[in-house]
Design a protein around this ligand. Sequence first.
Ligand code: ATP
Ligand code: MG
Length: 633
Amino acid sequence: MDNILKRIAEQRQREEKLAWEGSFEEYLGMVRDRPELAQTAHSRVYNMIAGAGVEKDEQGNKEYRFFSRELFGLDRSIERLVEEYFHSAARRLDVRKRILLLMGPVSGGKSTIVTMLKRGLENYSRTDAGAVYGIKGCPMQEEPLHLIPHSMRPDVEKELGVRIEGNLCPSCRMMLKEEYGGRIEDVVIKRILFSEDDRVGIGTFSPSDPKSQDIADLTGSIDFATITEYGSESDPRAYRFDGELNKANRGLMEFQEMLKCDEKFLWNLLSLTQEGNFKAGRFALISADELIIAHTNESEYKSFIANKKNEALQSRIIVMPVPYNLKVSEEEKIYEKLIRQSDLGHIHIAPHALKAAATFSILTRLKDSKKQGMDLVKKMRLYDGKSVEGYKETDVEDLRNEHLDEGMSGIDPRYVINRISSALIRTEANYINALDILRSIKDGLDQHPSINKDERECYLNFISIARKEYDELAKKEVQKAFVYSYEESAKTLMDNYLDNVEAYCNWTKIRDPLTGEELEPDEKLMRSIEEQIGISENAKKAFREEILIRISAFARKGKRFNYNSHDRLREAIQKKLFTDLKDVVKITTSTKTPDENQLKKINEVIVTLVDKHGYTTASANELLRYVGSLLNR
Ligand SMILES: Nc1ncnc2c1ncn2[C@@H]1O[C@H](COP(=O)(O)OP(=O)(O)OP(=O)(O)O)[C@@H](O)[C@H]1O
Ligand SMILES: [Mg+2]
């Protein structure tokens, strides 16, 4: 309790420390030292994103850390958004005068992008790099440099190294005359801390009933309380500059469901956003320096552009597609995040269960390829960065270019999360596994409002593919666990193989440790291991020689070549061991009444599954039973 109160006090102190007030003269001095204080809203947003860091992978794909903390698998869309819109806009290219429209399928992350930008800007305005200053008393926290008369701007711009765009707002114009007697240097400037709750620098507009929608919500309105006092609608004191566009000045305004607005309203918006100015009441154009972000779905967008009447507005919009994520591993992260955020986090979800759900989701989003021999499962693997026999990295790019609208349809993450929740709530055990989730997804398809009969058929097929994929994983998991408890045998087998390879390559014999007898290298043993990883008769010599070279390379560095030194060889050994063990597994996992020895083995495997692979005892037991039944089919 004390702790909480202390933290609240600290927070207040931090905000108080950030507060700053001074004269216009002082502000000019600060801008001379740090011209970036006078940057545009777009430039501030770009610097905020870029400042959080960018990571590049081997293919040159960029990952912007600002977004990648919370958004998964949207790197390509984000890269495009940052580079084509934010970066160009920051460089004062024309795009900044356009409305940014994020277009994508339901719960594909559009709102999340906007929310991250909003919260990000609030925080950024509290840092040195993102500091914002405005005219004190201005309802639009206006850039103080607007005080400088147009005739003087070219000189001032040169001296300070900044660009000054925009006219002083009617309210400040009046204030300068009435309160400061025109003495610009005395005008009080203050630091602005963005806050959506306080309606400073961050705004949200969501359309209400189209018929009664009032443009005043955006641009402010006449103040009926003071109009009698000032007598004129063109007196700024009789006007409330409290529309969302006013309030969001210097920052960002979110325009929710923009295309649901009445046409007439949008036309109004058109004259309004034109060239970075908007018209309010009986005033000259008011300059707005803010980012306007709207979002919509594909079908709304299509019907919008189909309407010829919207052409003018269309050219003032920059559309950025935000399709669904298409990588299974990233989809799993989305579910993990959403489950963590829900109150279901305490129920155990067995390993690979979310992967099974993700496999299904991604399959529903992919489109068939015309490439020879390609199918959806292969495509899914390639997209997820896995290697698929016969295809290269460059093929992935081709696949992506085949359908430009891939990811614009399919199952949304929210549906899957709802089904997982429903499975979690229904379970009587304290865990759920892949089959529970897939079953729940299947049961839910009937109630899904936007799935027709054909799609349903198709989706049922995807569920069974996802299940097959899971079966393979489950088998491998048990195999690994069994082999783990046979690790000693694996090491012995490995040493045995290496002795034989050495003798084979050096044309020598092997001494039997028991009898001391000299033997030829055991070709059958070596082949039985090599065949596990597809090494042909012709390739065996090269493979063995490579192993020997590795061993001597290790020796030179004073290291011992062991079971874990060579990935492919380890895989071969494991597979060989498992082939030998298969019957043991089959029997141990499926007998109703295991004998003492079998019981011991089963317990060891369960311990391994719990300790090494993230199962609980109950879910591990169930996995064994399931795999046992699979092996006996
Ligand atoms: N690629 C993703 N990475 C991380 N989380 C995601 C991703 N896509 C969706 N989500 C999560 O799914 C939920 C729904 O996303 P969000 O509300 O941002 O979607 P939206 O595109 O605005 O949807 P709608 O069209 O329904 O408004 C959010 O909790 C969001 O965090
Ligand atoms: Mg949304």
